[in-house]
Design a protein around this ligand. Structure first.
Ligand code: SF4
Ligand code: SF4
Length: 278
């Protein structure tokens, strides 16, 4: 990981020195070695603060779009795009591909310093700054838990999710951290009409969590950041990845692996075998 840190620092310094970018989005150390947080480097000497280690899980694609997005504001007049470089691990690379596919920005708007693991991603980095191993143990564990849920009866499964959703305190951390939750006005914040009741009761929580899951079906690129930040430890990845498995089985589609093809629930075919379209 030290080598990756070094490569990131070198590339960031070079890009800022040559005036190729206005900001490099990466990670820096928090209060101790085990804590990192996203950072925005705009001056060349700060590039030596950049790090990469196993705690760098945040999906930095989050900072590329929306009102706070570094591709839409901050460093340049409003009619000019800021020039941005971003450190991207494999999930961030998938998120960037998904966001390009959703027309949030263009590939050429961005310089990607990629940390790859050999998994399929929809964009190639401009510079490969390192390689890491895919955490296959974590993935296996998740798939086992999904199978356990599939083996339950419908009522057991419903009980399981009701138990989990009843813990939700509606802090919206899951939404705030997700690169694909970029709506200017979230359905959860609307009050005329109010689609989702705001108080954290079970029916309202079910509505919130299920609407969010469906909005992300076929778009979620499995970074698991929503799961990581949920203060109530609700296993959101179980839901997201079960839906991803359904999308793969029914449509042969994996989010974040293709910048051309829209997610199955974002599109339609006039020759769809079902009759809802006619
Ligand atoms: S982060 Fe967890 S507790 Fe907060 S709104 Fe999302 S699911 Fe609910
Ligand atoms: S829903 Fe969760 S796992 Fe999926 S892209 Fe958003 S933050 Fe990542």
């Amino acid at each position: 990981m030290l080598e990756i840190t070094q490569r990131i620092q070198e590339e960031a310094t070079r890009l800022l020195q040559d005036g190729k970018v206005d900001v490099v989005i990466g990670y820096h150390l928090g209060s101790d070695e085990e804590e990192v947080s996203p950072c925005f480097v705009i001056k060349e000497p700060q590039a030596t603060n950049l790090v990469f280690n196993e705690h760098c899980t945040h999906n930095l694609a989050k900072y590329l779009v929306g009102r706070e997005g570094y591709l839409t504001s901050h460093f340049r007049p409003s009619d000019e795009l800021p020039r941005v470089a971003v450190v991207a691990h494999p999930a961030t690379l998938r998120a960037i591909a998904g966001l390009i596919q959703e027309h949030q920005f263009k590939r050429e708007d961005l310089i990607i310093l990629g940390v790859v693991d050999g998994s399929q991603v929809g964009v190639e980095p401009d510079v490969e700054v390192g390689r890491i191993e895919e955490d296959s143990e974590e993935r296996k564990e998740l798939l086992t838990r999904i199978r356990e849920l599939e083996d339950m009866s419908v009522s057991e499964r419903r009980e399981y999710w009701q138990r989990e959703f009843s813990k939700c305190i509606r802090c919206y951390a899951c939404r705030q951290v997700c690169p694909f939750c970029y709506c200017e006005q979230c359905i959860a914040d609307e009050n005329q009409p109010q689609w989702i009741g705001k108080s954290p009761s079970l029916p309202n929580n079910e509505m919130w969590n299920l609407i969010r899951a469906f909005h992300l079906t076929g778009r979620c690129i499995a970074c698991r950041e929503c799961d990581r930040v949920c203060p109530m430890q609700i296993p959101l990845s179980l839901l997201n990845e079960k839906l991803a498995a359904e999308v793969l089985e029914n449509f042969g589609y994996v989010a974040g692996t293709d910048v051309e093809t829209a997610a199955p629930l974002d599109t339609y075919k006039v020759d769809d075998p079902d009759d809802f379209i006619r």
